[in-house]
Design a protein around this ligand. Structure first.
Ligand code: R5P
Length: 295
């Protein structure tokens, strides 16, 4: 069913971590872009101010929620939009931090993804994110929450690189890899991963038909790079001619980007987290999701 059009103007309010994406989102959705002042008080606390008349408007706050300082800024911007008289406030977290702690793995732990979801739900009318680690985390929101899978932009980029195969490093990444591979028009495969510790993983050996082929490993997040490095090693060992590392959310912790650039032929991330590898934009699929917002 065709989503209802949102009456009134749409104003995109970008946080300091998502300025580039905010600008692209406003441009591709025909929305206005608000000027935002974001700085720190001398004690390190965040200060934000939205320099735009938001009375009666539909406001879209765009700000990745990791690391913690960006999460706080996100919450403050939602509050500022409400204070300024916005008619509707939509929270867009292109990367939803804390999504990996989506259950209590050990006694005494929080369900962090739920704690953050409840904080956002108290300030926004709805929530949109991109490639959330597990869809089940959307149920933690008490306002409508949607997840966007940026198949189109990734498929377009990977097609231009003439990729023969898309490899999911684990079963959790398979559905996304399959969707992208279908859009590219190439094969897909997956590996079985076991996490040893936060930096190391083991991959169950599997024969892949990759000799002389161009392969893109596609995951939701690259954090330490351990997953992609192990998959790259397996692919090289089996004779892949060219290997790309692609992810939606490039956290690239502790020199991971340099290690990946050394091991792979190409490193690709989206602008859900702005960085030197952000060559794919999620602006268009996020704009599509916003069109489906209720008025
Ligand atoms: C885990 O299940 C995720 O989908 C990623 O595979 C993981 O977060 C990547 O982390 P790292 O880069 O540290 O291996």
């Amino acid at each position: 069913m065709r989503p209802e059009a949102v009456p009134g103007r749409v104003i995109v309010v970008p946080g300091s971590a998502s300025r580039g994406l905010g600008k692209r989102l406003a441009a591709c959705s025909g929305a206005a872009l608000a000027a935002v002042e974001s700085r720190r008080f001398p004690d390190g606390e965040a200060y934000v101010r939205i320099d735009h008349d938001l009375r009666g408007e539909n406001v879209v706050v765009v700000q990745t929620t990791a690391p913690d300082a960006n999460l706080v800024e996100h919450l403050l911007l939602l509050d500022a939009a409400r204070e300024a008289g916005a008619r509707r406030v939509v929270s867009v977290a292109p990367y939803y931090g804390y999504s990996r702690q989506d259950k209590r793995f050990r006694d005494g732990e929080p369900v962090s993804a739920r704690a953050v979801a409840r904080s956002i739900s108290g300030l926004a009318d709805s929530f949109v994110t991109v490639d959330i680690h597990a869809d089940s985390a959307l149920s933690f929101f008490t306002v409508p929450a949607a997840n966007v899978t940026p198949v189109g932009p990734f498929a377009e980029y990977l097609r231009s690189l003439r990729v023969d195969l898309i490899l999911a490093p684990d079963k959790g990444a398979l559905a996304r890899s399959e969707m992208i591979a279908r859009a590219v028009g190439c094969r897909w495969e997956h590996l079985e991963k076991r996490r040893v510790d936060s930096e190391h993983v083991t991959l169950t050996p599997k024969e892949l038909d990759v000799r002389g082929r161009r392969v893109a490993i596609v995951d939701d997040i690259i954090s330490t790079g351990g997953t992609i490095l192990a998959a790259t090693k397996a692919l090289r060992h089996q004779g892949a001619a060219w290997v790309a590392a692609a992810c939606t959310h490039g956290l690239f912790i502790g020199g991971a980007l340099d290690k990946l650039k050394e091991a792979c032929d190409h490193v690709i991330a989206s602008d859900s987290i702005d960085g030197p590898a952000s060559v794919v934009s999620v602006a268009v699929p996020v704009a599509e999701a916003l069109k489906a917002e209720p008025s």
